[in-house]
Design a protein around this ligand. Structure first.
Ligand SMILES: [Zn+2]
Length: 109
């Protein structure tokens, strides 16, 4: 199994399963070992903070939680569809990412 993370920071992606299905956002962090990413504005987790001297009532912090890459698809910047990514190289030997939907080169790696 190819366990490489084909996503990059700044990629526009859509969530394809779970509570946030259909939500779109930009990748802001990648954790290659866990095969997880954090997407801006998606999968908010509420974290309850214990009361402190500064904030005696405690508080709830909303923070984006990581999503496994199997739950997201890249939005192709050529055909605008959610797609899987194929890695390939051009005749010139440049590594590129290719959209599996339309076959166009998305960008150079
Ligand atoms: Zn495409």
């Amino acid at each position: 199994m190819n366990s490489k993370v084909n996503f990059k920071k700044g990629d526009q992606v859509v969530v394809i399963s779970g509570d946030d299905q259909g939500k779109k956002g930009k990748i802001v962090s990648i954790f290659p070992k866990k095969m997880q990413v954090i997407i801006e504005g998606v999968n908010f987790l509420k974290k309850h903070n214990k009361p402190t001297q500064k904030v005696p009532q405690g508080g709830i912090i909303k923070k984006e939680g990581a999503l496994h890459i199997s739950n997201i698809r890249l939005i192709c910047n050529k055909c605008n569809k959610p797609t899987k990514i194929k890695r390939d190289s051009t005749k010139e030997g440049k590594r590129v990412r290719i959209c599996k939907e339309c076959g166009e080169i998305i960008d150079k790696v």
